[in-house]
Design a protein around this ligand. Sequence first.
Ligand SMILES: Cc1ncc(COP(=O)(O)O)c(C=O)c1O
Length: 308
Amino acid sequence: MAKVNESKLIWMDGKLIPWEDATVHVLTHSLHYGNAVFEGVRAYQTPKGPAIFRLKEHTKRLMNSAKSCLINIPFTQEELERAQIEVIKANEFTQTVYIRPLVFLGYGSMGVSHKGSPTQVAIVAWQWGAYMGDEALRKGIKVKISSWMKPAPFSMMAKAKASANYFNSQMANFEALDAGYDEALLLDPQGFVAEGSGECFFIVKDGVIITPPNDTSLESITQQTVIEIAKDLGYTVLRQRITRDEVYTADEAFFTGTAAEVTPISNIDGRIIGKGERGDVAGALQAAYFDVVMGKNPKFEHYLTYVK
Ligand SMILES: Cc1ncc(COP(=O)(O)O)c(C=O)c1O
């Protein structure tokens, strides 16, 4: 879908190296058995220069993901935060940036056991605008409820941002796109809404905003931010399970995520949601979210790490 706008320098295992030199051996353990963890972080251009949004929370989640997945990161949280700042500084970006810290098991051993495989860390950043395009943010997207369900908590660990979890996401996303939709919405093993392939899900019903608990989904930083913004704007927000029929009859629906930001949903499984365009609540939250991440709302400035 999205082609990467190459930048100049990548931070790899403790130092900045040219983009084209950030390569790995074909026996990289994670390539074969899928155990790696990553983050998706954004940096925005603000009146005070580039700022990374919720750097601490993203880096903490990376450390926790690694712990859950039995990967020892040979750097501290503070070192990884500094490294992300270094990457932004070194590349001199002029637009919105996506930062991808990746922790993976390198070349060292083979077989399912990952003992003996060294841990490697890469931090890549590139300029990346709207995840599903500017029109998606303005008009909303078409969503398909997936035939793939989220794995039960005794099968996988959804709270870890583990690469292995994205096989499930990738299959669901392909199915949706192949059927002419823009994104998938996955249900949990009990049939309640879990999340999108890379986003959290919200509905609006009678003026109340509802988003499911993170039982089988990522503990999302944007979802938590949007809830905080919504409450600040005076909305009531409920964390409760959502059924399929509640999705179809919602007044509004939207996705949130670091990449997706606040993306309105206009149609789900052929049912037009609300007016079939960006709803008023989604529009208000989207505008407020962009103000927050771009440093235009002093109440939320503590979430920004200025790079210069
Ligand atoms: C599966 C999944 N759920 C939810 C999210 C939203 O999480 P966040 O808001 O922390 O980016 C993402 C994106 O990171 C994701 O990949």
